[in-house]
Design a binder for this molecule. Structure first.
Ligand SMILES: *Cc1c(COP(=O)(O)O)cnc(C)c1O
Length: 363
């Protein structure tokens, strides 16, 4: 059965040609949960379709949570995963919110080790733009359509070789300020990584694309007054310049996803000497400050996007240019620092990297 499918990549292409989410590696891990046995140990399997009952609960009622993190080549050729324990704990929070059994953090991290050990050799060395993107997912796998939590779950980990999230569009992003759709609501699921947050956001993403933008900026759903985040990344702005520059990101209100990249940049930014602040950001003030030049830079950040400069904001009526519309110096310095830590070229005082020993390293 598995020989017939060609989901695994052919020879890796140059990073410019590698997209996001199509070059899957050769394996996956799989573990199942049942009320009697709890979590069974993760098995390493060839990546292959999983026969699915058409009445699988998770598929109908979106009882699905996921994670995303990356592993990077190190100077010695080893591969290290970036902050997997953070993802493990967020995965537990996501599961709790969706009335799913929590996966022990150690099992989560060890399943990732298992997959990276087997497939890490598929990540080409010598190209900084490439990384191994790791995608854990858990879903209600019981064939039953009662409106209640599933009685069975499956936990999978997949990986793919990732190039730039924004493909070969260089420079700075144009971002659509969504005035008529919402991503998250108070008391909802905006602060966890559940599949149900993403499908409903695609229509705003299409609207953005139709307006020539690559991303959506979400506002709070109640008043449409506060800046929250983007559709899979958090957002930062820079006030002022040089040593006076201040790094600001919207505070976590319960409707934002607390990104590991966001957290990492707050820590690195402070260490680099910037004043860092988490505060509520009103959209009106943001746009006025972009127009006046008080805001000098903006960028998006996330595992997939890393640090992506934002050059323009627009809505149906107007457009605002940030700084000179290109990547700014604070944005680029932060990106370089983060990428250097991830690739083992800068100090890692907090132990963010988890090295994984590859199986049969010289394949
Ligand atoms: C995953 C995600 C982020 C970024 O989180 P990281 O841990 O930095 O990858 C931000 N916002 C949303 C909505 C997300 O799904």
């Amino acid at each position: 059965m598995t020989e017939e499918i060609t989901l695994a990549p052919q020879a890796p292409a140059a990073s410019a040609r590698v997209g996001h989410g199509d070059m899957f590696t050769g394996h996956m891990t799989s573990s199942v949960w049942s009320p009697q046995d709890g979590w069974r140990p993760s098995e390493l399997l060839p990546l292959a379709p999983i026969p699915t009952h058409p009445g699988t609960l998770g598929m109908h009622y979106a009882q699905v949570v996921f994670e995303g993190m990356k592993a990077f080549r190190q100077p010695d050729g080893a591969i290290a995963v970036f902050r997997p324990w953070e993802n493990a704990h967020r995965f537990q929070r996501s599961a709790r919110r969706l009335a799913m059994p929590e996966l022990p953090a150690r099992m989560f991290v060890e399943a990732i080790d298992q997959l990276v050990a087997a497939d890490g050799h598929e990540l080409p060395a010598g190209d900084d733009e490439l990384s191994l993107y790791i995608r854990p997912v858990m879903y209600g796998s019981e064939p039953n359509l009662m409106l209640r939590p599933s009685h069975e779950y499956r936990f999978l980990v997949l990986a793919f070789v990732a190039g730039g999230f924004f493909g070969d569009q260089p420079g700075a992003l144009s971002v659509w300020v969504s005035r008529d759709h919402s991503r998250a609501m108070p008391g909802g699921t905006g602060d966890v990584k559940c599949a149900a947050n993403y499908g409903p956001s695609f229509v705003a993403q299409q609207q953005a694309a139709a307006a020539g933008c690559q991303q959506v900026l979400w506002l709070d759903s109640g008043q449409r007054r506060w800046v929250e985040e983007m559709g899979g990344m958090n957002v930062f702005l820079v006030r002022g310049r040089g040593p006076e520059a201040e790094l600001v990101t919207p505070e976590l209100t319960g409707t934002l996803l607390p990104g590991v990249t966001r957290d990492s940049l707050l820590a690195l930014g402070a260490r680099m000497g910037f004043r860092v602040r988490q505060e509520r950001v009103p959209i009106d003030a943001l746009l006025a400050d972009c127009a006046s030049g008080a805001i000098t830079e903006m960028f998006a950040c996330g595992t997939a996007a890393v640090v992506a400069p934002i050059g323009r904001l627009r809505d149906a009526d107007r457009q605002w240019t940030i700084g000179d519309g290109g990547p700014g110096p604070v944005t680029l310095a932060l990106r370089e620092r983060l990428v250097d830590v991830q690739h083992g070229r800068a100090a890692d005082p907090d132990g963010w990297l988890r090295p994984v020993r590859l199986l049969g390293a010289e394949r």
